[in-house]
Ligand binder design. Structure first.
Ligand SMILES: [Fe+2]
Length: 293
């Protein structure tokens, strides 16, 4: 059993809400911060982070690891990430299954990989180096994507599952990204979920996207849509009470509005999470878990 902490329901910590978070008592069990916004020691962001950390668990979510690039792991970045993690003691450290830098130049985009055996070996090797350097297991998030590669040999979910098994890392399952990429590429989102090993999933992201007619764009500027809530319900039924959170990065509403959306996630998860138990005859039975998830 791998075991990831079950933190309940969280939100992305954004500067627009700093004051409300620090002076109020929002019904949030944990916060996620974008790692890169807090890497510089000192200053207001780290001051806020320390105060938030005194009251809640804080997980670190990075966008610069570029784990799929043929570039070597950036030692300076890892050293700063290690220092931040040592200070914050996050229950989870995550980044994306993607590449964003090549030849030392960063595009600041999260590009998908060709899902080949060669890419798999590269990512597994780099995850091992990162985990050794950080002294902790990381989670990799499934990206939202708009192109695929004809060279790919594996479906994305199988590739991600294989990375997790071989590298002994975890998965951050972004349910909105599953929906966005599945819609854009004609994948079956249920098959995607079925290919994800439940014991490797350490966190779930929920978010909104924009519909551009020909494709969906992962913009994090809308509430979570009904189709993604349906997929989330299926994910929770399969995975159990995995730590879940909502990402909002544009058109950011008041904190209370996001907490209302988080309450919807709580209700769906409470209905969906099923624990398998044994009846007296040793048969598997499904029972609803009404406890907080
Ligand atoms: Fe995400």
């Amino acid at each position: 059993m791998i075991g990831f902490p079950r933190l309940g329901f969280g939100l992305g910590l954004r500067p627009q809400h700093f004051e409300d978070v620090l002076t109020g008592n929002p019904r949030v069990e944990w916060w996620e911060v974008i790692t890169e916004n807090f890497l510089v020691a000192g200053g207001n962001p780290r001051r806020v982070l320390r105060q938030v950390r005194e009251r809640w668990p804080v997980v670190l979510h990075g966008v610069s690891l570029s784990i799929g690039s043929v570039d070597p792991v950036d030692d300076d970045y890892l050293a700063r990430l290690r220092a931040l993690a040592d200070e914050v003691d996050p229950p989870v450290v995550s980044d994306h299954l993607c590449w964003s830098a090549l030849g030392g130049h960063s595009s600041h985009d999260l590009w998908p990989l060709p899902y080949t055996e060669e890419a798999l070996a590269l990512v597994v090797d780099k995850v091992g180096r990162v985990q050794d350097r950080l002294g902790r297991r990381i989670l990799l998030e499934n990206p939202s994507s708009y192109v695929t590669f004809v060279a790919s040999q594996l479906p994305e979910a199988e590739f991600l599952a294989e990375v997790a098994r071989r590298a002994d890392c975890g998965i951050l399952l972004d349910v909105n990204n599953v929906y966005v990429s599945s819609t854009n590429h004609g994948w079956d989102p249920d098959a995607y979920l079925a290919a994800i090993p439940p014991d490797r999933v350490g966190q779930i992201h929920l978010a909104g996207h924009s519909d551009h007619g020909t494709h969906l764009l992962d913009t994090h500027d809308h509430p979570v849509c009904e189709a993604v809530w349906t997929l989330y319900s299926k994910a929770m039924a399969r995975l159990g009470p995995v730590s879940s959170m909502i990402e909002r990065d544009d058109h950011i509403p008041p904190l209370d509005e996001l907490i209302g959306e988080l309450d919807h996630a709580r209700a769906i998860a409470s209905d969906a999470v099923i624990h398998t138990a044994q009846d007296p005859a040793g048969r598997s039975v499904a029972v609803h878990n009404s406890a907080a998830v």
